[in-house]
Design a protein around this ligand. Structure first.
Ligand SMILES: Nc1ncnc2c1ncn2[C@@H]1O[C@H](COP(=O)(O)OP(=O)(O)OP(=O)(O)O)[C@@H](O)[C@H]1O
Length: 295
């Protein structure tokens, strides 16, 4: 069953086209990562799917209904990028308050334990740190046992430990059959959690495939070596990095690059050719998109 769907959706803010005929389909039980640089349209897409905004054209459905309809929204858990919590209420009270809107909420103790918030149950939310508020906001997305959760950059501002704790909670929800759409700037987050990744750039879907396939699609490889002096200028390089005394070159054609490196006469040592991380693949996709747009 399709739980969230956008068909040919366009959304403008004045002159800015935030989404340009975007289509996306999330079926029950999927965990889909939404990846894109700043301004790609991730938040706008999340806000359409969760009924916060309306598209200018195209259609959006959530669990077969209109995401703006309160009955449809009861199946949804959301963590927006910015969350306002009532400052004088205690953590436990906020959980009870939000949970009271749902027919079968997760018991307070269970939810707090799952999100590592048990020790904070009696604290007023106004006194929580930014990371603690964030964790609470995310926990609240799950209190109503939603069929689908939309998490917009959920772990921004969390330290490594809190982020990993949150990944475990998201994984547990997904393992129990839950459906997740998660946007992130942290590419290791998408790699750790999602099988499928939708790459957005300039308001358009640049790729929609498995994490492995997206990496393979761009086929970017890392050629790295040590050498003395200035880095050589070589053809087909999409990114250059100097790190730990080595030059790292990203290229879609490592064979051609290695031939050019040898022909250049550079006195290199310890040559390595390796597959790239999703982050590097993603940069290459968005970079070629930028070049294509500029052309
Ligand atoms: N309320 C608004 N008014 C005007 N322009 C907006 C508004 N919201 C978003 N935009 C513009 O629409 C485009 C897409 O923004 P959006 O927030 O959806 O991107 P994003 O991928 O979520 O970015 P980020 O990763 O920075 O959160 C950007 O150019 C942004 O400046």
């Amino acid at each position: 069953m399709i739980l969230a769907e956008a068909i040919e959706v366009t959304r403008r803010y004045g002159d800015v086209t935030a989404l340009d005929r975007v289509s996306l389909r999330v079926t029950e039980g999927e965990l889909v990562g939404l990846l894109g640089p700043n301004g790609a349209g991730k938040t706008t897409l999340a806000s359409l799917l969760t009924g916060v905004r309306r598209p200018d054209s195209g259609t959006v459905t959530l669990c077969g209904g209109d995401p703006r309809d309160p009955r449809t929204r009861r199946t949804l858990g959301v963590t927006p990028q910015e969350t306002g919590l009532p400052a004088t209420l205690r953590v436990g009270e906020v959980v009870d308050f939000v949970g009271a809107h749902y027919p079968d909420p997760v018991p307070r103790a269970e939810l707090l334990d799952q999100f590592g918030l048990t020790d904070l149950v009696r604290r007023q939310t106004g006194g929580l740190s930014g990371g603690q508020k964030r964790r609470l906001a995310i926990a609240l997305a799950f209190v109503g046992r939603p069929r689908v959760v939309v998490l917009d950059e959920p772990t921004t501002g969390l330290d490594v430990q809190a982020r990993r704790g949150l990944w475990d909670a998201i994984k547990a929800y997904h393992a129990g059959g839950g459906t997740v759409l998660l946007s992130s700037h942290y590419l290791e987050e998408i790699e750790a959690l999602a099988d499928r990744v939708v790459v957005l750039g300039h308001g358009r879907v640049l790729a929609d495939d498995t994490v492995t396939a997206v990496r393979g699609m761009v086929g970017v490889r890392r050629v790295s070596f040590a050498h003395d002096g200035e880095p050589p200028a070589l053809p087909g390089v999409v990114a250059t990095e100097l790190r730990e005394g080595r030059t790292h070159l990203l290229t879609p054609d490592s064979d051609q690059l290695v031939r050019a490196l040898v022909a250049s006469g550079v006195d290199f040592r310890d040559l390595e050719v390796a597959p790239t991380s999703l982050e590097e693949a993603f940069l290459a996709i968005t970079q070629s998109e930028t070049l294509a747009t500029a052309a």
